[in-house]
Design a protein around this ligand. Structure first.
Ligand SMILES: NC(=O)c1ccc[n+]([C@@H]2O[C@H](COP(=O)([O-])OP(=O)(O)OC[C@H]3O[C@@H](n4cnc5c(N)ncnc54)[C@H](OP(=O)(O)O)[C@@H]3O)[C@@H](O)[C@H]2O)c1
Length: 327
């Protein structure tokens, strides 16, 4: 089968379109013909090992000490089940699914196997494979941090920093679904996009300093690592939660050891890959309450260009790789 593989960490040019052995499903696995995948910031970090300050060693332990342990990247994908193992009961041949293997990767190939009890769910009928390819990484991260870690409540005032990105565009929509009043922070060119996905107000960080506001938010979710916990504390209300989706080790330590007042909380960590979260997101799509934002679409042989674009740090929502387009 065709696959994009890499054998050393580095720039986009370490990714090579090549031939790989098609996997065979075990008894509890399904075989998926992948129609679309994406370039997430997870793929980008596993490729480059360009990690936030202080996380280099952990990154090597996770992705491979002397070189990548998993040769085929692709944290999320959408496709059709073409074979099932003997004991599979939840899925059948012909099902259109989307899957979130996360750090197990595997999406940059024509076929992948995944166990039926891992993060896999039926695709919402209204979506194309390209749209469904961007339905896992950002939305599942936003859902986990907002609902499970920050305990978002109806009527909360929520600030999303990085509102135009993969996690941010999902977080705006999910916070709106939970009945929050949402303010999105992004650059000038992305203000219309952030408004269009439901933000009640949009702050252009190139013109306005949003960190001066005092006592303004119940939740601040930062996907950019640009707000210090100290600044967040001022902007948070009593019992407010600062959610650091992305940040370096010094920021994390300063949050952990900061004096907490007024019941405020600092939250960080990892958002796990769960089938029930994918199902929840699919139901939001079916109900017309969530729509994945697609920025650009590339073919598999343009993988280096796609990664180079994501390396700019300026993508809007998702960058999709279609395996149906000419290779
Ligand atoms: N903890 C976890 O489990 C977890 C899970 C998923 C992702 N993450 C991390 O979360 C981060 C965001 O991921 P993502 O996929 O959403 O990234 P992304 O799609 O690249 O979006 C990042 C956004 O940040 C904005 N930005 C860039 N520089 C900025 C600045 N100086 N000030 C304010 N905004 C700025 C950009 O918007 P503008 O162009 O409008 O500035 C961009 O849309 C990554 O570091 C990723 O590794 C963590």
């Amino acid at each position: 089968m065709k696959a994009v593989t890499y054998t050393k960490y580095g720039g986009p040019n370490v990714l090579k379109l090549t031939q790989a052995i098609q996997p065979t499903p075990k008894d509890n696995e399904v075989l998926v013909k992948i129609h679309a995948t994406s370039v997430t910031t997870g793929d980008q970090k596993a490729r480059s090992l360009d990690l936030p300050r202080g996380f280099g060693l952990i990154g090597r332990l996770v992705f491979g000490v002397f070189g990548p342990r998993r040769k085929i990247l692709g944290t999320e994908y959408a496709g059709r089940i073409v074979a099932v193992g003997q004991s599979v009961t939840r899925f059948k041949i012909g099902d259109d699914i989307f899957a979130y293997p996360g750090a197990s990767f595997g999406g940059y190939a024509e076929y992948a196997t995944i166990a039926e009890n891992e993060a896999i769910a039926l695709m919402p009928a209204a979506l194309s494979y390209k749209e469904a390819a961007g339905l896992s990484f950002g939305p599942a991260t936003a859902l986990n941090f907002l609902r499970d870690k920050a305990d978002i409540q109806y009527g909360d005032k929520v600030l999303i920093i990085g509102a135009s990105g993969g996690v941010g565009t999902a977080a705006v929509q999910i916070a709106k679904y939970f009945g929050a009043h949402v303010s999105g922070v992004c650059s000038t060119g992305n203000m219309d996009l952030v408004r269009s996905i439901g933000a009640d107000s949009v702050i252009d960080y190139t013109r306005e300093d949003f960190s001066w506001q005092e006592d303004a938010y119940d939740i601040i979710l930062d996907t950019t690592g640009t707000l210090s916990y100290k600044s967040a504390q001022k902007a948070l209300r009593k019992e407010g939660r600062f959610v650091m989706v992305s940040g370096d080790l010094p920021q994390l330590l300063s949050m952990m050891f900061a004096t907490k007042t007024d019941g405020q909380k600092g939250i960080a960590g990892y958002a796990p890959e769960k089938a029930e979260d994918l199902k929840f997101i699919a139901e939001l799509v079916e109900a017309g309450q969530f729509s994945p934002v697609i920025d650009r679409c590339y073919s598999l042989d343009q993988i280096q260009q796609a990664h180079a674009y994501v390396d700019t740090g300026r993508k809007k929502g998702n960058v999709v790789i279609s395996l149906d387009d000419a290779i």
